[in-house]
Ligand binder design. Structure first.
Ligand SMILES: [Ca+2]
Length: 474
């Protein structure tokens, strides 16, 4: 098990040289969100990862590291929906990964971070994996495109880079399919971002949402990077090289911002959409991608912005992707959308008292436990102990299952003492009835607001998998 708390002892306080300046009301800060795909908590070098990540290390050294940061869901589409809306994903109808041709998508009526920022004059751009509906437009599905969700500019893929990160053939720029692009996805995405920065209106602030494809399988990286990790088994070397390459792409974006005098007025955030499918990458956390145990949802969280005034370098208070929308609304005095699940973490950046308006929670019908809720230092789980196989996609029978499921068992972990969730303390806990009621009520709320998707696919026999088969359960 690896804890973060003693990492920054030797780091100079360079990040705070601007802390005596008055808050910059006159110039709105630019916002750059850097999202990795399937990168685990332990995959960044400063947490103990075997990969070299000098640029992510730099971001954390110059900014604030959240040691208890959470994705909005344990896989791709839900987490993106949570980041862009500030709501837990099932509230906006995203219950799982979205396969091609599936009706599930981020509904047009949901208000995204990009739409909110446009009300304050921001230029907005998306680069990378969309995964919130068909891209480019499918006339039959007619899903809202990034341009309808607030992005002035969009360059990305519907889901993963195909056939791999190398020479992908499925990028779409502003609605136009581009065919094969030579190179590797992370560098292609960084190139486009830098080109966009060069062409933007320099008088207006900007929001860039980078949703990188790395290190989601199938990984591909230049051979010289794979060779750097040749002391590892081949599969691990390829995975670690992929993160190294992602870090290099991020470094190019940071260098551009620095060389063009943009970095000090830009809020740069980094996280991952879910934990790693490679359990060894999750820094000692339990399980991995698709699980609601920490390995599936506990991810690195970094915010670099010279206007951060807390003297802390590491924040232990839990926070997550659903907090980004309310935080940006708080900062820019934008009226937030109703029914958000996140809370503004601006007080944490300023060293002020912070109280969460409602607990963070996660739901996933495809693995056991099915529901999790964080209360203080504790994570409480509800388990249906369902043994029926569930589909890889959200099918009609999955929707029926969610509406009828009941919790039969509960688990409770004190994450402060038990980072790896090895000791279930539910049965003898003095507040177990209160915690049980909290999670029971959360499930009822989800069930009574089940999103009414039409034309869901039937259960596909070929894609079924036993629920405990999705992630390591150790
Ligand atoms: Ca993912």
């Amino acid at each position: 098990m690896f804890r973060f708390s003693h990492i920054f002892i030797c780091i100079p306080l360079l990040a705070f040289i601007n802390c005596n300046q008055a808050p910059a009301e006159k110039i709105k800060p630019n916002i750059v969100f850097l999202l990795a795909d399937d990168l685990g908590f332990g995959d960044v070098n400063f947490i103990g990862g075997a990969t070299e990540t000098p640029n992510l290390n730099r971001l954390a050294e110059e900014g604030l590291f959240f040691n208890n940061f959470y994705s909005a869901g344990p896989n791709c589409s839900p987490s993106r929906a949570g980041l862009l809306t500030g709501k837990t994903p099932e509230k906006v109808g995203i219950y799982s990964y979205r396969p091609s041709h599936h009706p599930m998508h981020l509904p047009d009526q949901e208000i995204t971070l990009a739409e909110l920022l446009k009300t304050k004059g921001y230029q907005t751009a998306h680069f990378g994996k969309w995964h919130l509906g068909a891209l480019a437009r499918d006339p039959q599905l007619n899903h809202p495109q990034p341009s309808q969700q607030g992005f002035d500019y969009s360059f990305g893929t519907e889901s993963n880079a195909v056939p791999s990160h190398h020479n992908p053939k499925n990028f779409v720029r502003n609605g136009n399919a581009l065919g094969v692009i030579d190179g590797y996805a992370c560098q292609i995405v960084a190139n486009e971002g830098i080109d966009w920065l060069n062409q933007r209106n320099q008088k207006a602030p900007f929001f860039m949402y980078f949703a990188f494809h790395e290190p989601h399988a199938v990984v591909a990286s230049p051979q010289e990077l794979v060779d750097k990790y040749q002391d590892q088994p081949e599969k691990d070397a390829k995975y670690l090289a992929n993160i190294d390459h992602l870090d290099m792409a991020i470094g190019r974006i940071l260098n551009y911002l620095e060389q063009n005098d943009l970095i000090d007025n830009t809020i740069i955030m980094f996280s991952s959409d879910n934990g790693s499918y490679r359990v060894a990458s999750n820094g000692g956390l339990r399980a991995g991608k698709s699980s609601l145990y920490e390995g599936g949802i506990h991810v690195p969280g970094i915010i670099r912005w010279p206007e951060i005034t807390t003297e802390k370098k590491v924040i232990e208070t839990s926070a997550g992707l659903v907090d980004i929308v309310p935080t940006v609304c708080d900062l820019l005095q934008i009226d937030p959308p109703k029914n958000l699940d996140g809370t503004s973490i601006l007080p944490l950046l300023r060293g002020e008292p912070f109280e969460r308006s409602k607990p963070l929670y996660w739901f996933f019908y495809r693995t056991v436990p099915e529901i999790a809720l964080r209360v203080g230092n504790h994570m409480v789980f509800g388990l249906d102990n369902d043994t029926v196989h569930r589909t890889h996609q959200y099918a009609l029978k999955d929707a029926e299952y969610i509406s009828s499921m009941t919790l039969k068992d509960y688990e409770l972990y004190n994450l402060k003492d038990d980072f790896s969730q090895q000791k279930d303390i539910f049965k003898n806990h003095p507040e177990k009835d209160t915690l049980k009621a909290l999670i029971d009520n959360q499930l009822i709320e989800i069930q009574s607001n089940l999103y009414p998707w039409k034309e869901l696919p039937e259960l596909l026999e070929s894609r079924q998998k036993v629920k405990t088969g999705w992630a390591a359960f150790r």
